[in-house]
Design a protein around this ligand. Structure first.
Ligand code: MOS
Length: 720
């Protein structure tokens, strides 16, 4: 069962081995749970099917909903005929823009479902069927007849699109453009000049559990079980949409089958479920069919990258220019912040990083794992590989020569930065030293073998959070609206609490995943553990203090402490640039007859602060690397300019890497002590594994074949 010391998941060598007590445990001289490879607290519930996901909560008298997507890319609805749908046995209602309740504006146009006859993109919902069974709802949805007046649409993304403009801000509230020095002049004066364009296609999140919700109204109160990365923003949006008090709404996200960013904001399915429940007076379950996800829950938009690097004869970068071109829908301005890696990765006295955006008649892009960094680092780290070749330098050495003590863009010192150590450790472990840099020189029969390297970096963000800690006869209870999207959040928070309380893990009960709990940020931006953990730590420490005042034992009624971290987070995050770093090494084989690429070995070495649970951390980093490999070799969605929508609609057409695609994947981390981050000394690890991996793979493919693939993914036909 759950418990510490179940140690065979580790294997990161010295200092990280379970039970050595060198980190964390040593601080108070007893075996702390922090740093131990604790198995997931809900693991048994999950593998036995007892864990309940959004539409698995038993609800009396439930009805089912099925949405109807628009079949045009732009235009107006001229007529809706629901007669045939209403005639389907078991149908309770068919909602359209004509009869759906009016919604308040939550500041996100993708949530304003069934509010107008306008169609902004193909796949946008135009009707909703509600019935006694899912089958009847589906049949009724198919029977809804919608007539449109289509208008000319524009769904063709190119970097020279005439509608390109500079948004004021990109994702994360970052400035669209940053300029230091004079890039044009410095580039022209550089001894070595390299320029190229790179492309990343649209990518889809496709979590295993599609987006789903159960909604029920009890009088004025609304309860929603939602598959979401954060219940609080869903509650806030629903309150505005339905014109009710947040206090009257509870959103529960107890178990979530993955999200990868697509569940990081409220999505229309939850709105539709709540709407249907209100209109029919019945609890309503709505699970989106996977083939609708591509258009309604976000995707990573395609990006085109123009990169220029100027360097001196020693490989020291003098000019770095990274221009990103991307798109959003007409509904929302979403700008993938893909030029940001150039702002923090390397010393670059002259730098220019910009974003341009076109608004197209397409589904709205949104968060996808490591937004910005993931596609941006593919371009930058491919360009670094090309620059190394142009300089006649080893690609590891080139990166080491461009190390920087201060974050170039902000001028702030890093709280810690161990990129150089990751590169050196990775090179040693991978056997990089023996590498012959000439492409196409290593063969095994008809297989061409190559190796590649790329760096990774990701912000180590933190947001304010609140938590409640309680001591009673039964032990400790910690409550916080954190979300476990499969990462092991519950487990690591219990470890943080036990450590802060100086208590064994089995004395701590953790309650997360409901908007009724103390408020905390969503599981996103690799900031969950740092943000939630800080609040949990603070509440537990204050509880200990209160307990001491009561002579060490809680009163009969128990003792509760509420803490929030708004002040310390604001105070402690200004001075230093806080980022995690890593180095990715890949070995590939390319079949010279078929062009098929297989990754033979993948090694990631990361410096991400203190690793709080090596078992779940390894799982996070491995998962990220597999996703990066997948992005490198296979994942892509095709935005069909005629239809205005994506051709790939399921996991047959949108392939993702499986175990068989990754025979040997190794994750390591360095012992990084950074007391400036948060009380645990941790950096986020949810996304950095996916950063740089695709570049390492593409760089290895170049080494194997001599072919430089600058437009992902590395499909066989690009190598023949
Ligand atoms: Mo992640 S894309 O910040 O959920």
């Amino acid at each position: 069962g759950p418990g510490p010391g179940n140690g065979n998941g580790d294997g990161n060598g010295d200092g990280d081995a379970p039970g050595t007590g060198t980190r964390g445990g040593a601080r108070r001289g007893h075996g702390s749970a922090l740093g131990e490879p604790v198995v997931r607290l809900e693991g048994r519930e999950k593998v036995t099917g007892a864990a309940r996901y959004a539409t698995e909560h038993p609800v009396e008298g439930c009805a089912y909903a099925w949405p109807v997507p628009a079949t045009i890319a732009r235009g107006g609805i001229t007529a809706v005929d629901t007669a045939a749908a209403l005639a389907v046995p078991g149908v309770l209602a068919v909602l359209t823009h004509e009869n759906a309740p009016r919604l308040g504006d939550p500041g996100d146009a993708t949530l304003l479902v069934l509010q107008s006859p306008r169609v902004a993109h193909r796949g946008q919902y135009v009707a909703l069927a509600v019935a006694e069974t899912p089958e009847a709802a589906r049949e009724a949805a198919a029977a809804v007849r919608v007539e449109y007046a289509p208008e000319r649409h524009d769904a063709r993304f190119t970097a020279d699109h005439p509608g390109m403009y500079a948004p004021e801000r990109v994702n994360g509230g970052l400035p669209a453009d940053r300029v230091r020095g004079d890039v044009g002049m410095a580039f022209a004066a550089s001894e070595i000049r390299f320029a190229a364009a790179y492309r990343v296609p649209p990518l889809h999140n496709h979590p295993l559990e599609p987006h789903a919700a159960t909604a029920l109204w009890i009088g004025p109160r609304l309860r929603v079980y939602d598959s979401s990365q954060g219940a609080a923003p869903v509650r806030r949006a629903l309150a505005v949409l339905f014109g009710t008090d947040e206090e009257l709404i509870t959103v529960v996200s107890e178990h979530v089958g993955g999200g990868f960013g697509s569940k990081g904001s409220p999505r229309p399915h939850a709105v539709l479920a709540a709407m249907a429940a209100r209109e029919t007076g019945r609890p309503v379950k709505l699970a989106l069919p996977r083939n609708q996800l591509a258009a309604v829950v976000g995707h990573r938009p395609a990006t085109e990258h123009r990169v220029r690097l100027g360097a001196d004869g020693m490989g020291r970068i003098s000019a770095l220019s990274h221009e990103v071109f991307t798109y959003s829908s007409t509904l929302e301005e979403f700008t993938e912040q893909a030029a940001t890696p150039g702002r923090f990765m390397y010393a670059s006295p002259h730098s220019r990083t910009t974003h341009r955006l076109a608004r197209l008649d397409v589904p709205t892009p949104s968060w996808m794992r490591a937004p910005g960094e993931c596609p941006g680092m593919f371009a930058l780290e491919s360009a670094m590989d090309e620059l190394a070749i142009a300089c006649g330098l080893d690609p590891v050495e080139l990166r080491l020569r461009n190390e920087t003590a201060k974050e170039p863009d902000s001028g702030r010192p890093f709280s810690s930065r161990m990129l150089a150590e990751c590169l050196r450790e990775g090179a040693d472990r991978f056997g990089w030293r023996d590498r012959d840099p000439r492409p196409g020189t290593r063969t095994e029969g008809r297989l061409l073998i190559g190796t590649g390297v790329a760096a990774s970096g990701h912000p180590a963000s933190v947001s304010p959070a609140a938590a409640e800690a309680h001591a009673g006869a039964g032990g400790y209870r910690v409550r916080i609206n954190a979300t476990d999207i499969g990462t092991g959040a519950r487990t690591v928070l219990a470890q943080i609490a036990a450590d802060a309380l100086g208590a064994p893990l089995d004395r701590v009960r953790i309650e997360i995943g409901s908007s009724d709990l103390p408020q905390a940020p969503v599981a996103g931006g690799s900031s969950g553990t740092a943000s939630w953990g800080w609040a949990v730590h603070k509440a537990c420490r204050e509880l200990l203090y209160e307990l001491a005042r009561h002579g060490g034992t809680p009163p009969e009624t128990g003792l509760s402490v509420y803490a929030d971290t708004a002040e310390e987070v604001a105070a402690r995050t200004r001075e230093y640039a806080r980022r995690a770093f890593g180095a990715q090494f890949a070995e590939v084989q390319v079949d010279r007859d078929t062009g098929e690429t297989r990754v033979r070995r993948l090694l990631g070495v990361f410096a991400a602060g203190r690793i709080l649970n090596p078992r779940t951390a390894r799982s996070q980093l491995t998962g990220g690397m597999v996703m990066g490999l997948s992005m490198g070799l296979m994942e892509h969605s095709t935005l069909d300019p005629d239809f205005g929508d994506f051709a790939e609609r399921d996991l047959a057409m949108y392939p993702v890497a499986t175990c068989a695609d990754v025979p040997d994947i190794e994750v390591r981390w360095l012992a990084e002590e950074d007391s400036r981050l948060n009380p645990m000394g941790s950096k986020g690890i949810g996304e950095i594994g996916a950063v740089g991996t695709a570049a390492a793979v593409a760089n290895a493919v170049h080494h194997a074949t001599g072919v430089r693939v600058r437009a992902l993914p590395v499909l066989p036909e690009k190598l023949l």
